[in-house]
Design a protein. Structure first.
Length: 332
């Protein structure tokens, strides 16, 4: 079984600081994830100057500040990208970033990224999807706010543009920070996989770690989860993110579930075989039996240990003649 690909989503939780970004990379490395992901955008290409913040952003940032001004402070320039990529290489972790506009797609392509993550907000952006599709890279597509028809349209555009279907993973997601449990709809993840016969996973915005681990148990091949150095920091996404210890716990839980899922063949496991003789039973003597006596339910019974005649042969043994003398509790 392939290992679940775990993405630690740093996003904009670096608050515009390269030092904080490097600390986030360190935390991701320590936790054992496969990749750490940031966000690449030019604010002028992403947000209109009069665009409103989402309600959750108003609660976690300065209410008087526009979405444009909030995002402008979180922008990473090309030199910062190069430095973070180099830092990730030195730490042996994959650097990923989500592009939010055409210039950012080109920037990440020029920097040699092998995987392109498409955020939920761009799933209805035809020129954007076509641009990424033409690159022929591996693609991870988030589907928050989308219905099944919109996912189908996005996949068609990516594939027609030149991306191989086998190079796409579709992530079920909910674009609310944090996502209420009753809105997770985790079964929809399986619907996506079955409908399009495609690799699937889950991008999580709930509080805690139980939902992404449940997603792995349901067959997710990729998990993405926001993390931060401190949930109390100012910024739009910190409160709905995991801190270091929680991220480690999530990775450990996912890796344990991977081991526990097993092969799907039902048979005694290596660890339990020694217990079969202890826990199972055999046909034994109930009361003393003399050679030549007939074995009946009055003089034989079933007890542990399990290294004698299997009780499933009970009907076969009843009515036979004892070939020797037996004492109580002796195996037949």
């Amino acid at each position: 079984m392939k290992k679940v690909f775990i993405i630690a989503e740093a996003g904009v939780n670096h608050n515009g600081s390269i030092e904080l970004a490097k600390k986030l990379i360190d935390v991701a490395v320590e936790s054992g994830v496969d990749a750490v992901k940031f966000q690449t955008f030019k604010t002028e290409n992403l947000v209109s100057k009069n665009a409103q913040k989402a309600d959750y952003q108003k609660e976690t940032t300065n209410k008087e500040e526009s979405q444009f001004d909030m995002i402008k402070k979180l922008e990473l320039d090309i030199n910062t990208h190069k430095e973070l990529i180099s830092y990730c290489k030195s730490k042996n972790i994959m650097f990923l970033s989500t592009p939010f506009d055409h210039d950012s797609i080109e920037l990440l392509h020029d920097l040699g990224l092998e995987i392109f993550k498409i955020p939920s907000g761009e799933i209805t952006n035809l020129p954007y999807l076509r641009h990424i599709g033409k690159l022929g890279k591996k693609v991870i597509l988030s589907t928050g706010m989308a219905d099944i028809g919109e996912i189908e349209d996005a996949l068609d555009i990516l594939i027609e543009a030149g991306t191989k279907k086998e190079n796409i993973i579709v992530l079920h997601a909910n674009t609310m920070y944090p996502t209420p449990m009753e809105d997770v709809n985790l079964k929809a993840m399986i619907t996506i996989g079955n409908t399009f016969d495609i690799a699937f996973g889950y991008s999580d915005h709930t509080l805690g770690i139980e939902i992404p681990t449940a997603a792995v148990a349901l067959g997710a091949s990729c998990i993405e989860k926001h993390f931060t150095l401190d949930k109390n920091m100012e910024g739009p996404d910190h409160k709905a993110s995991l801190e270091s210890d929680e991220l480690k716990a999530m990775v450990k839980a996912i890796r344990n579930i991977e081991l526990a899922l097993g092969s799907s063949i039902k048979k005694p496991s290596k660890s339990e075989i020694p217990n079969m003789q202890i826990a199972r039973k055999s046909i034994v003597v109930k009361t003393q039996i003399r050679k030549g006596e007939i074995l009946t339910q009055d003089n034989i019974t079933i007890k542990r240990p399990g290294n004698g005649i299997n009780p499933m042969r009970w009907d076969e043994i009843i009515g036979t003649v004892a070939s020797k003398d037996y004492i109580e509790d002796e195996l037949i």
